[in-house]
Design a protein around this ligand. Sequence first.
Ligand code: UT7
Length: 335
Amino acid sequence: MCNAGSPCSAVITGAGAYVPEKVMTNEEWSKLVDTNDEWITTRTGIKTRYFAPEGVYTSHLAINAGRQAIEDAGVNPEDIDLLIVATICPDRPLPSTACFVQHGLGLTNAACFDLVAACSGFVYALDTAKQYILAGSAKRVLVIGAETMSRIIDWQDRSSCVLFGDGAGAVVVERVDEPGKGILSSKIGANGGLSELLRIETGGTAEPLTHDNLDERRQYVKMEGNVVFKHAVRNMSEIATKAVEAAGLTLEDIDWLVPHQANTRIIDAVGRQLGIDASKVVVNIQKFGNTTAASIPLALKEAVTDGRIKKGDNVLIVAFGAGLTWGSSVFRWEK
Ligand code: UT7
């Protein structure tokens, strides 16, 4: 246990990211549905996204990102004692995608499970990793957000298909026997009463797949975008404020905001509400689109690799997604 007698922290010690090679441009979408580059760019900020080619799926993306995070942390696969894969695009309904990833990475000493919290999945998984570590139940946790959204979007629905991309991001979270390091706070929340706003209707036990519902294309993501947008701005701003307070910091102490990448207009509005200057906000949605649980670790890895996020920086992450779910965390970058 992490207590007064044995103080400890949960610290991110490595990060990794992976996107498949196949780029999909707005122009390509405009040949498939009634849309255009101008609408997608001005309404979302997205220019391109990457899609997994046939035969490549969520566990493959997760394994690539996870391997990089383990190497970056300078540890061995056997040193990982817990793996959490946040995804809404499992390889199969059974078993968990985490089991495929555990095997693929050779994490022979790790228990593993999937975590479903949609676009908030990475923040939920990071919070879970922190709790395991602080409770003394794990020493080194691999957290991965991985999605193959191209397989669950409706390629005929212009209101949602242009938004999403495939990818994976990962971090290693380790116990450090010193208080006040690494993850300083994490807050998560949900409102299941609004579950209909962003959903897949069929394929579960409520409505098993039938020829009829497949013909009706009910196996794909559906979203009331406009309503979700408003909830996103409000909830992301509120939960981020709470996470900063819980970390014992003020918003002026935040060096970098790494938000979920759903829409540049959402990101701008959240930045404005928090009073964080746009120069401190990491945005890469133009390249990758909305990669759901992968979006925050993808953006984090990019900003660490290009030298924006440096040792000692206070990083605020915040996400929002189907459920509805939301979450935020503040951590000090210790590498
Ligand atoms: O990641 C987790 C949670 N997800 C989000 O946070 C996403 C939140 N929502 C959004 O980002 C935005 O609501 C969207 C980008 C999805 C849509 O933007 P919007 O400004 O809310 O547009 P809208 O849905 O109100 O649609 C405006 C118009 C409609 O036409 P009419 O009815 O005004 O004639 C749509 O039919 O834009 C039309 N439209 C399109 N036009 C061209 C919708 N999709 C497209 C499209 N291309 N792809």
